[in-house]
Design a protein around this ligand. Structure first.
Ligand code: GLC
Length: 534
């Protein structure tokens, strides 16, 4: 189980209204008690913070806003004492325009670092080299009058793309990875990896009907996304990871359009171990058939890779709002927790989902922090809503910070949904997460058992077995994704299950005494059942 921390928003230790490394260290006991194995911290490198750290100005240092290298080392060693591994975010596609490499590169056409970035002539006066668009709106080319050429940026113009066809760039970036591996990090979540290469012949991208939130014509990012060269880089990164002892881990962020593209990220077990499955994250509705199909697909991926999925992160509205129906959200939060934590996978959760944090977007344009919210307002409000500070307790700023003003405001829901209140309530969302995470440790079938979907034609209820090959329990998971009770006639004999009922381990809401009879199994609206079967 990996837990994503957005460091600006987890815990502020020095009262400046922004979270920091010592803040994370002070909360490690909470994370240990929750039952997680690793934390992934989004970028903490020096940065002008145009994209809140995804614009890196130095790949081998810590931004003073978050602390010092000594603070970082202390975090890694304190985490290790609690069996928590630390995963860094690595941003290879682009640097900040403030990175010394880019400053050199833009200084003249003959500078030795010129070719470290993607520079091209315009088509004509005032005309960019082609129609490629930034993911964050408008042309992906920025004119630089100093040398009369354009540079390419897949994201903001302050994030120029590095040229991965240049061997010096590769060496510098791999050395940066080694720097952190030597400091004891377990691995990297590699940012925007499918965007590393662009068509060298600069073909225009195909235009499709309609306009996006920024008012640009819609295009397919055909010539800037998923070029085959990406895999050569992933193999090289894996070789770097394998230079170090103790199973180091690579995770790729890549919103692959289908399972065959996702599968390629595993390579022949020589690329990343955990490609994030965005297909599952993007279902966006409670649909048993959709989840069944996608779980089957990733389960049977031809590379035999370990599935890795999530529902919330720092780029998309929280699952509370995407899956909640506005009435049963707390129950649905438990349903989503079980869906995340019980299939065969290395799950990834986002800070605060365990207490039911909700998306709280800014109310006014002038409050927006994320630049895409400024460009796209009001249709695109940016990503501030899913990045609000962690809700620890009922004290000032919910225990996040002693500052007068925190970098994003505390959501009003913090008074009810916070760690302290929920820790005292055995039926809270937090208590539910803890129970399921603990069960993953005590029931080997949830760690190592195979995954078999059962009752496969049910349009409302997703049910599956985690089958223990050895002597222990197998686990039956039943998730009702509808707002009405459902009755199921399970026939599990063909799966080698001999008993006629399941022994309840976790159920929400609680079930009656006969509820677990397999031939007549009734599950309440949005109910979750996890039981042992033999
Ligand atoms: C990834 C990050 C996102 C960032 C972008 C550019 O998608 O998750 O937050 O803005 O890359 O680096």
């Amino acid at each position: 189980m990996i837990y994503e921390i957005y460091p600006r928003s987890f815990q502020d230790s020095n009262g400046d209204g922004v979270g920091d490394l010592n803040g994370i260290t002070s909360r490690l006991d909470y994370l240990r008690d929750l039952g997680i194995d690793a934390i992934w911290i989004t970028p903490i490198y020096p940065s002008p913070l145009v994209d809140f750290g995804y614009d890196v100005a130095d790949y081998t240092a810590i931004d003073p806003l978050y602390g010092t290298m000594a603070d970082f080392d202390r975090l890694v060693s304190e985490a290790k004492k609690r069996n928590i591994r630390v995963i860094m975010d690595f941003v290879p596609n682009h640097s900040s325009e403030q990175h010394p490499w880019f400053k050199e590169s833009r200084s003249s056409r003959t500078n030795p670092k010129r070719d470290w970035y993607i520079w091209r002539d315009g088509k004509g006066p005032g005309e960019p080299p082609n129609n490629w668009q930034s993911w964050f709106g408008h042309s992906a080319w920025q004119f630089d009058p100093a040398t009369n050429q354009y540079y390419y940026h897949h994201f903001y113009k302050e994030q120029p793309d590095l040229n991965w066809r240049n061997p010096e760039v590769r060496k510098a970036m791999y050395d940066a990875m080694r720097f952190w591996f030597k400091r004891g990090v377990a691995g990297f979540r590699i940012d925007a990896v499918s965007r590393l290469f662009e068509d060298p012949d600069l073909h225009d991208d195909p235009i499709v009907p309609g306009r996006n939130a920024y008012g640009d014509p819609n295009i397919l990012h055909k010539y800037t996304d998923n070029l085959p060269d990406v895999h050569e880089v992933l193999r090289e990164m894996r070789r770097v990871a394998d230079e170090f002892p103790g199973s180091r881990i690579l995770i790729s962020e890549a919103d692959e359009p289908n399972i065959s593209e996702l599968t390629k990220m595993y390579g022949k077990n020589d690329e990343v171990q955990l490609p994030m499955d965005f297909q599952i994250a993007d279902v966006n509705k409670l649909s048993a058939p959709d989840f069944r199909r996608l779980l089957d697909e990733v389960e049977n991926n031809p590379a035999g890779g370990q599935p890795h999925y999530f529902f919330s992160n720092h780029d998309q509205p929280r699952q509370w709002d995407r899956y909640g129906d506005g009435v049963h959200n707390a129950q649905i939060a438990k349903l989503m927790a079980a869906l995340l934590l019980t299939p065969r996978a290395t799950p990834l959760m986002y800070y605060g989902e365990e207490i039911g944090m909700r998306t709280t977007p800014p109310a006014r344009k002038e409050d927006v922090q994320d630049p895409i919210g400024k460009i796209g307002w009001p249709e695109e409000k940016g990503r501030d809503g899913e990045r609000t500070p962690m809700q620890w307790d009922k004290t000032k700023n919910s225990g996040f910070s002693s500052a007068e003003r925190t970098w994003l405001p505390m959501p009003p829901s913090a008074a009810e949904y916070n760690v302290e209140s929920e820790s005292r309530d055995p039926n809270s969302i937090l208590s539910f997460y803890k129970k399921v995470l603990a069960l993953r440790i005590t029931e080997p079938a949830l760690q190592h058992g195979s995954y078999v979907a059962v009752d496969r034609d049910n349009p409302f209820v997703l049910s599956f077995l985690r089958k223990n090959g050895g002597k222990g329990n197998s686990i039956l998971v039943v998730l009702n994704m509808s707002g009405a009770p459902q009755t199921i006639k399970f026939d599990l004999a063909s799966q080698g299950i001999k008993e006629s009922s399941a022994k309840p381990l976790i159920a929400a809401p609680r079930l009656g005494p006969d509820a677990a009879v397999l031939a007549h199994f009734t599950i309440p609206a949005f109910g979750v059942f996890i039981g042992a079967v033999h």
